[in-house]
Each structure stands twice: as structure tokens, then as C-alpha cells.
Design a protein around this ligand. Structure first.
Ligand SMILES: *[C@@H]1O[C@H](CO)[C@@H](O)[C@H](O)[C@H]1NC(C)=O
Length: 195
């Protein structure tokens, strides 16, 4: 928890530097509270580009492994993306998952009835310090029914708010908030497939 408080203090500081609006109280962050959408455009400074582009590309490449891991159902490979002690708030119904082994087992179990395609869209990556970074990534996740549900889909629209830290193996997500940006569209009964 020491890491989280340090990170969120840094984030809150970065946020307050750039977004001193009436909405600022929302930035008194606790570990699993998502950032408000209103604050995101001003959270990341446009002028601050001292960060090493290699770090930004390394983070982008690591994030790109996430859809490959999930859609490939290679949940072991999530260790390339998340720190061992990562805390991820996947929102209801999955809620807060920690550590990595729980993220792996819960995602694997909850996605068992379906196959998926996760697609990334709008993305901002901000390197806060040598060892800390923050990113926001929009995603669309389509879930495809299997067996008797083949041909039916359910699509989720949201964003990942990720806090990164650099460790021995490279950049890893220490903290994630998955925030839905709309209702899940489609047929949720596909998740009841038991085959
Ligand atoms: C997790 O995130 C959701 C929003 O996506 C929020 O409503 C909820 O309070 C968060 N959970 C915790 C324990 O902070």
C-alpha cells in the first residue's frame, strides 16, 4: 500500500497542477476510486514532454499485450502487463481484484462462456517520473456467444485508467480502474453458457 499512496499523491499533485476547477475535490484519490471523466482532459499536461519517448512506447507496447492476452485466453501472460501486487477495480460485478493471481483467475472464469475481441481507441500516456506513469485508454470489448449462443454478442464500452511503475522486468500496471462509459449493449445471456 506504500506504493499506492505515493503514486496517488504524485497523481493528485499532477492533477491539481493542471486542473484547478470546481471539480477538483474529485481528485482527492483513494486507491480504487476512478478519476472523473471531466478531469481527464486537463489532467495530463500538453506542454510537459520531457519524458523519454522510449518509455511511452514501452508502455504502449505493454498495454497492447492486454487484448492479446485476454482474447487469446492466455491469462498467464497477464504477468507481462500487471505487477504481482496489482490492484484492479474492474467495477461491478467483478469489483476490486488483487493480487495478479486473482486478476488472472477471475478474468479467466468470468470470460469462460465467451470468446472476445478487445479493441483500443483514444489513448493518453503521461510519464510522471522516472519510475511512474499514468495512462488512459478507451476500449470496446465485444463478447461472442458460444454453443447455443453462437451469433449473439454483448459489447462493453469503457476506459482503463492505469497507474504504471517501472520494475526489474520493465513497466507494469500497479493499479487499474476499469470504468464503463455506457451500458453493455447486446445479449447478456451469452454469459450463462455452461458448455
Ligand atoms: C470501483 O469503480 C467504480 C466505478 O467504475 C466505483 O463506482 C467504485 O466505487 C469503485 N470501487 C471502489 C471500492 O473504490
Amino acid at each position: 500500500m506504500h506504493f499506492l499512496s505515493a503514486t496517488f499523491a504524485a497523481l493528485a499533485l499532477a492533477a491539481l497542477t493542471h486542473a484547478t476547477t470546481a471539480d477538483s475535490p474529485a481528485l482527492s484519490l483513494t486507491g480504487t476510486d476512478p478519476l472523473r471523466f471531466f478531469n481527464l482532459p486537463t489532467l495530463i499536461s500538453a506542454e510537459k514532454s520531457a519524458a523519454n519517448p522510449h518509455d511511452i512506447e514501452a508502455i504502449r507496447a505493454t498495454l497492447s499485450l492486454y487484448p492479446l492476452a485476454i482474447d487469446g485466453k492466455n491469462f498467464g501472460s497477464l504477468s507481462l502487463i500487471f505487477a504481482e501486487d496489482a490492484v484492479a477495480n474492474y467495477s461491478a460485478p467483478l469489483n476490486v481484484l488483487s493480487p495478479l493471481s486473482t486478476i488472472q483467475s477471475v478474468l479467466e472464469a468470468s470470460l469462460k462462456p465467451v470468446t472476445t475481441q478487445h479493441s483500443f481507441g483514444t489513448q493518453l500516456i503521461d510519464v510522471l517520473s522516472r519510475d511512474e506513469a499514468f495512462s488512459v485508454t478507451y476500449y470496446t470489448a465485444t463478447h461472442f456467444g458460444r454453443g447455443e449462443f453462437e451469433g449473439r454478442t454483448a459489447t462493453a464500452f469503457g476506459q482503463y485508467q492505469d497507474v504504471w511503475r517501472r520494475g526489474e522486468g520493465g513497466w507494469r500496471i500497479g493499479h487499474r480502474n476499469l470504468v464503463y462509459m455506457g451500458p453493455i449493449v447486446g445479449d447478456l445471456t451469452i454469459f450463462t453458457f455452461a458448455g
